[in-house]
Design a protein around this ligand. Sequence first.
Ligand SMILES: [Zn+2]
Length: 261
Amino acid sequence: MVANNQEPLSFARLVALDERRPVYPQTLVELAYEQLLSMLVTMKIAPGQHIGIEALARELQISQTPIREALTLLEAQKLAYKTPNVGFRAADLLTRQEINALFALRQLIEPKAAAWAAESADANALRALAKLAEEMERVQNGDELAYAQFAEGDARLHDLVARASGNRFVAETIEGLHVHLHIFRFLYKTNAQTEAVKEHETIINALLARDPTAAEEAMRAHLVASQKRMDAAFAEQERQPATDPVDDGRAARGGRGRRRR
Ligand SMILES: [Zn+2]
């Protein structure tokens, strides 16, 4: 999905990225991609906002061509879209209906993928899962960076399960949804609780015990609980009046866009 997709996506890095340039060598497209991705998921570029390529080129000190290429990659991830003769805009946030549809699809695939993973995960996958479980234990509730670290672990766990299922098409389908990117963008700024840590632990333990029934059930229960949390976040947003100070205070730096459709 990324020009150079060796590394798993790091939400923590994206949050910490801010205006600083990373120090490791990258191609200009990768550099532009990462900067833009950071701006889009942290909503420095607000949902629906026009993305001015010339202004970005000046701000990032990168020429326009790599920025255009990066935007094309982001378009494939449905984070930006192009309108003829107008240019690029940041995608809207997912609607409540879209989130529910996304979870309905995940429920069809991921519990079964977890059952298969319990049966066929190799030693490397099991090692990676055990390591991830340890890392996720250390994630605390709290600020945006903590949430980013949680989201990163979450994305890695679901990707690991998908790949360990041994079914390439299942893995591609799950990865192709870019679920975690969109959920992260949606929940960023809400300092979402990391209740899912326990649920993840249950999934990982079932996988390490090579128990397909328990793994399938744990994944199903986790997705149900996740969907409920997302729905609660929507309900919370809808309760806020349109003149909420959160809205105008952040507008200048590309705050969270409210749904108006
Ligand atoms: Zn999860």
